[in-house]
Design a protein. Structure first.
Length: 435
């Protein structure tokens, strides 16, 4: 939304926490309470469905069946409040938001399963919810009511029932907006990832409407594995390959973990202290790779959004490309989908636009000088000779230029915000114009 002051967007601010040992136990207790509420409600739903199915097999009518247990969050919350004195006599030790987190997760899971089963949800089929295990589920709890604030010290946050928790990093970016009145906290989610606790604030932010440094300029961005991105300006952004650089460290940590005495569900054996330490070390190594990748993508997309008014990217079939077992790990390490997602919202904040080139547009086969299209181009070929003017066309440095051509042709045809049908028609016209 937009108003006189600027764009009103929902944005998340994430900070690492440094809780005390007592606060660490409280956080795990809240996460466990949410998991307990989820499992209890799921067991109640399954028992209700089984009872109704058995009664139908006896020939009872729908009016004679046991009343159905509602799957919505209010219905599950009412059932939990009625049963919690018997099933969880310790319920007063945790905030009500902990139980609400688990019930809300189950309500969403059941809704997704029902919508997928009836065809109202697109994509792969969603299975029926399963019970949450302490070892498989990431500990998390979400707070929507109560005392949720950023302290004046800018190194502490306050959460319901947990009190004042120190942050590992400064909260000044969010605190400045809160004190200026341009932000309002909607909720806070605490998760344990990468070996430590993090808090994410969901905030309504009024962002000042800014314009790029060159609003009239268009740049094409071609992503790849050898180079993370190649711009039509000639700038080549190398691929840092963070996962490959940390491969030795990850292998060593994984090997150490495999040699420790881990849990065994068949015998009920508990993991050893050294196994927990090795697992935390492996989690920290993976978290470091993820943080380095996210940092690089944020810097690249912020620079593009602050510089150009129009950015043209390619619509890639990443899921299909991931089926190539030789390239899947490298494609996942590059983070192409994250780059496009960040470009879309960052450029929208600055009043620019992202143009997605058609997936079947022959950008790699098109000469960047004369526009001639080469009929066949194997993947191993990184440079070819144009059959019209007989000059060498390097790849992929010539590809982003074709994305600029794509944007120019779209502008000539008056189609910038286009539907899939218009995309197919335009792609055919572009192929005929360039061929």
């Amino acid at each position: 939304m937009s108003d006189v002051a600027g764009w009103v967007v929902v944005q998340a601010y994430r900070f690492a926490l440094d809780p005390t040992p007592a606060q660490d136990r409280d956080l795990y207790r809240h996460a466990g309470a949410g998991r307990f509420a989820f499992n209890w409600a799921l067991a109640a739903v399954r028992a209700n469905l089984g009872q109704r199915a058995a009664e139908r097999s006896y020939g009872l009518t729908d009016a004679q069946l046991t009343p159905a247990l509602g799957w919505t969050l209010p219905a599950l919350r009412r059932a939990w409040n009625a049963a919690k004195p018997q099933v969880a006599p310790w319920w007063a030790q945790c905030s009500k938001e902990a139980y609400n987190t688990g019930l809300d997760g189950l309500a969403r899971a059941l809704g997704n399963w029902s919508a997928s089963r009836s065809g109202r949800r697109a994509g792969p089929r969603v299975g029926f919810p399963r019970f949450r295990s302490r070892r498989r589920v990431v500990p998390s709890v979400r707070f929507t009511t109560g005392t949720i604030r950023v302290e004046d010290t800018r190194h502490h946050v306050a959460l319901p029932r947990l009190g004042r928790i120190r942050t590992h990093e400064s909260t000044r970016k969010l605190a400045r907006r809160l004190y200026a009145g341009t932000a309002r906290i909607l909720s806070a989610t605490v998760r344990h990832t990468g070996g430590r606790w993090h808090v994410s604030f969901t905030v309504d932010v009024t962002r000042t409407i800014r314009t790029p440094a060159h609003p009239g300029r268009t740049v094409g961005v071609d992503v790849g594995v050898a180079n993370l991105a190649v711009l039509s300006t000639g700038l080549v952004v190398p691929n840092p390959r963070h996962l490959a650089a940390a491969a030795a460290r990850l292998r060593g940590a994984a090997r150490t973990l495999s040699r420790r005495q881990g849990p065994d569900r068949r015998t009920g054996r508990q993991p050893s202290r050294r196994w927990r330490q090795a697992k935390a070390r492996l989690a920290r190594a993976h978290a470091r790779v993820a943080n380095l990748r996210t940092d690089g993508l944020h810097k690249l997309t912020t620079t593009l959004a602050a510089t150009y008014g129009t950015v043209v990217v390619e619509d890639l079939n990443i899921k299909g490309m991931m089926a190539n077992r030789r390239l899947a790990r490298h494609i996942a390490d590059a983070g192409w989908a994250t780059l496009r997602r960040q470009l879309e919202y960052k450029i929208a904040w600055r009043g620019g636009r992202v143009v997605v080139a058609d997936r079947w547009f022959a950008s790699s086969k098109t000469c960047s000088s004369c526009g001639a299209v080469k009929p066949k181009l194997p993947l191993r070929v990184r440079a070819y000779t144009c059959h019209i003017h007989w000059h060498v066309v390097p790849l992929p440095s010539g590809v982003p230029y074709e994305k600029q051509q794509y944007h120019a042709l779209m502008a000539e045809n008056g189609i910038l915000d286009y539907s899939p049908e218009q995309t197919a028609e335009l792609a055919a016209r572009i192929r005929s114009a360039l061929g």
